[in-house]
Design a protein around this ligand. Structure first.
Ligand code: NDP
Length: 489
């Protein structure tokens, strides 16, 4: 009998849906079907794909409450958070549908003096089939960043969702087919299973693979893709820091940081996990933070700020980080060890744990925050940069934000806010170091899912033709002089 994958509600363990664990042969068959659909999809051109993506977007929007309810059940996030996630995904589909043609249209290039009898252009060709391996924390928004972009660029897509959120993924994939009944099967397909199914997707003949998840699994995905030189995009974890300067609006900083750290139960790759605050305002900032966090409550009813931990094994990681931070000298200023329950974690804020503790150096992915006192913004920037990650960061300051932005080595930075860059479809998103590489979203994301093709056309025969064995003797004699005239001055 086929092995089954059972997805459950993290709030109460009720079964949400059952899916087959697909074997390598089954994954190969799905990728083959996607390969067959690729020419049809490519031939739709930018206008045809725009229509199809917009029809998909309208279908999702019209039926959004069904999806939102399913996201609440399978992922655990509150209904309002699920609505926000769907809204952001729709914004990204709309942007990429509208802009792909403009951004990816062929570009003329200069030919240079020697080949001035040519014209030259660069085309952005789709890869063919893109495999997308997605996470559970933002089960629509995050994979959509690769899927909608890859589709708009002319690729067909095979999506392997996390084992924790396959029903949400199936709804999203089925919505494309429902909105585009004339499209052949295989433009957007689903494969379900555990890590081995993901590994099989890497080896099934995809032309590019976009992965979102942890760095250790990212390495395995890269190794599997390396066997066939399949290029990859790696969207990995983060350890984002917020820097609070002496001149910051402390109430607004605390409000934004509380949301950035605790929202979605802290299960956000670009969530705030660390704060560096200048000493003169440290205590005032902590008071503002306490006032903000007081009203934050995890749960599963309408008044809950965030839901249960989606992946049960993450709770042990959060516990280890909190234990490590407290036993190595940090002080719990909000919550503590007792805040960590079996499904839900109450907010935890720890003051001044050592810089070497796991709560500072490793991704926690829970509703916890470290606050470190610093003597200067230079020290804040130095410590913020001193982890293996490089995803995003934030700065709160009225007059000195620019110098912090310059100093931070992350790939995204928020000024006097958090997370905003991820919601802007026109901005690229990606990492550095253990946070990965490659970009999704924006023009850079569209180009990531295409390969540039250089086309050089000879328009007329030039008197000086160097690209022939029949070069005239006077041309050969001219060459040393040309080198001097053109390049030695
Ligand atoms: P993983 O990185 O293990 O999994 C991410 C995706 O990869 C899932 O779809 C998973 O499938 C799949 N996968 C697992 N093993 C393989 C493999 N060998 N080959 C191909 N695909 C594979 O993340 P987890 O969900 O286990 O979370 C672990 C940690 O990752 C978290 O603690 C968090 O720190 C980080 N994370 C970061 C995210 C981000 O947005 N950057 C998102 C989610 C997690 P399956 O689920 O079926 O095992």
């Amino acid at each position: 009998m086929t092995e089954q994958l059972v997805s459950t509600n993290p709030a109460n363990d009720e079964v949400v849906a059952t899916f087959p664990v697909q074997t390598a042969e089954e994954v190969n068959a799905v990728v083959t079907r996607a390969q067959h659909a690729a020419p049809w999809w490519r031939d739709q051109g930018y206008d045809g794909r725009k229509d199809a993506l917009q029809a998909w977007k309208r279908y999702i929007a019209k039926n959004a409450e069904d999806l939102v309810e399913l996201m609440h059940r399978e992922n655990g996030k509150p209904l309002t958070d699920a609505r926000l996630e769907v809204m952001l995904a729709l914004e990204h589909i709309a942007w990429t549908a509208k802009n792909a043609g403009k951004i990816l249209k062929p570009e003329k290039r200069k030919t240079g003096l020697l080949l001035s009898n040519f014209s030259a252009r660069v085309e952005h060709a789709p890869f063919g089939v893109v495999g997308v391996i997605g996470p559970w924390n933002y089960p629509i928004f995050t994979p959509n960043g690769s899927i909608a972009t890859a589709l708009a660029a002319g690729n067909t897509v095979v999506f392997k969702p996390s084992e924790y959120t396959p029903a949400i993924a199936k709804w999203y994939v089925d919505a494309f087919a429902a909105a585009n009944p004339e499209a052949p099967a295989g433009v957007l397909s689903l494969v379900t299973g555990f890590g081995e199914t993901g590994a099989a997707l890497c080896r099934a003949g995809v032309d590019k693979l976009a992965f979102t998840g942890s760095a250790p699994t990212g390495r395995k995905v890269m190794a599997a893709c390396a066997e066939s030189l399949v290029p990859v995009v790696m969207e990995l974890g983060g350890k984002d820091a917020a820097i609070v300067a002496e001149d910051a609006d402390l109430a607004k900083a605390a409000e934004a940081i509380a949301f950035g750290a605790m929202g979605n139960s802290g299960q956000t790759c670009v969530g705030i996990e660390r704060v560096y605050v200048e000493r003169p305002v440290r205590d005032a900032f902590l008071e503002e933070l306490k006032a903000q966090v007081k009203s934050i409550k995890p749960g599963s009813d309408k008044s809950s700020s965030y839901g249960p931990m989606t992946m049960p094994s993450q709770i042990a990681i959060v516990r280890r980080h909190v234990d490590d931070a407290l036993s190595s000298g940090g002080t719990a200023v909000i919550g503590g060890r007792d805040s960590i329950g079996e499904r839900y974690i109450e907010p935890v804020v720890i003051l001044d744990p050592p810089h070497t503790s796991s709560a500072i150096q490793e991704e926690t992915f829970g509703p916890t925050l470290t606050v470190t006192t610093v003597e200067s913004l230079d020290e804040a920037v130095k410590l913020a940069n001193d982890t293996p990650f490089g995803l995003a960061g934030a700065v709160f300051s009225k007059s000195r934000a620019d110098e912090v932005v310059d100093g931070l080595e992350t790939s995204q930075v928020s000024v006097n806010s958090v997370l905003g860059f991820a919601g802007m479809a026109a901005l690229p998103l990606g990492g550095k170091g253990e946070s990965g590489f490659g970009r999704i979203h924006g023009p850079e994301g569209l180009k990531e899912f295409t390969r540039p093709r250089a086309i050089a056309t000879q328009n007329y025969a030039a008197p000086i033709n160097l690209l022939t064995f029949g070069r005239k003797p006077w041309v050969v004699r001219l060459l040393p002089r040309m080198i001097r005239w053109i390049h030695a001055r």
